[in-house]
Design a protein around this ligand. Sequence first.
Ligand code: PMP
Length: 391
Amino acid sequence: MNTNIHPALVGSLSSTAPAEAIINFSPGPTGLPKAVEERITAAFNAPGLTSLALSHRAPEFQTILDHAVATTRKVMQIPDEYEVLFTHGGGHGQFAALPLNLCHDQSDIATYVVNGTWSERGRDEASKYCSVQTIDAKDPETGKYTSFPELTEANIDPDSKYLYLCSNETVNGIELHRLPKLPESRKHIPLVVDASSDFSTKPIDWRGCGVGVLFACASKNIGHPGLTMTIVRKDLLGNASPLCPGVFNYTTNSDAGNLWNTPATFNIEVVGFLMDWLEQQGGVAECEKRSIAKAQAIYDVIDSSNGFYGTPIDNKTLRSRMNVPFNVAGGDEALTNKFLIESWEKGMIGLRTLTPFGFGDYLRASLYNGVSEEEANTLADFMKRFASENA
Ligand code: PMP
């Protein structure tokens, strides 16, 4: 890092603010709700073996695993015909695992809705293993992703083994607040959902939307990096490509009850803690209310700033509640830097972070489960004050 450059400008999360003032708006990995973090600390400090040191085949770990699965099922209302798997390799692992499990060979077709950086990346990875058809939502004039396409008979090949979409494009700030239903003549095609950055923040109509597979890397809303939750409808098991590695194979892992090889034991325990917390808070419906309120606080400031702040997604029904992209004075460098430094000094970190796609044109406030309504309001208040002082 160039030491002359302020840490806030280069994506650093270090802060000189007192610990209690720090609010992590990072797009992930990021913090978990305070009560969950306290439970994690208590688990670490408990006498005896923690799940970090337990054999994954010990009965004590089986209890932890069973609890994490049961509480996830309960909170997310996952029907019995779905298997809850804890998989390896993050979201990128699932980009490859999906075609390897659902397509028997490279000639099998899969349809990908591409409306942002992550669905683009998922599609590119899948094209190594199957025959990909793309429903491309890129605006031909601007070259940007700002919408979600209509799903019609005309754009979905009836022979698709699955239809893939990303329910929250973390970088582009586009969210499906409800999953779509496929046209009647395409209902036989399982929906595959990358819910990495919105899982647990709204209800899922598993049956009604024909969800076949839904995956979420843990490190945004439900836990820590190193674990991915992959929920698979059982009728899709047993059709993997012969080349599918065992560690990615849904059938192998389901048959072995998530213990085909050593899972990320501690991370699984943390998912259980998070789901317990969600249940205590009133479940996924309450979480959705909070997500709406947090995002609304920020979008309201943007929309009433007379153009001082801008956000790329005009269609309010698609605006992400999880990741709010915004710019300052049309992207003016001096004012953007001033905004970043002043907010950082107050403990608000993670508003500019590096992604595989660079810094991007926008700052981003990520409002996952670890960010409370009060914390979102702190940022909204800061934005209002900054606009009034600098507009
Ligand atoms: N999908 C989405 C929507 C994401 O936001 C991310 C990570 N930011 C990924 C996939 C990739 O996940 P991982 O880094 O765990 O492979």
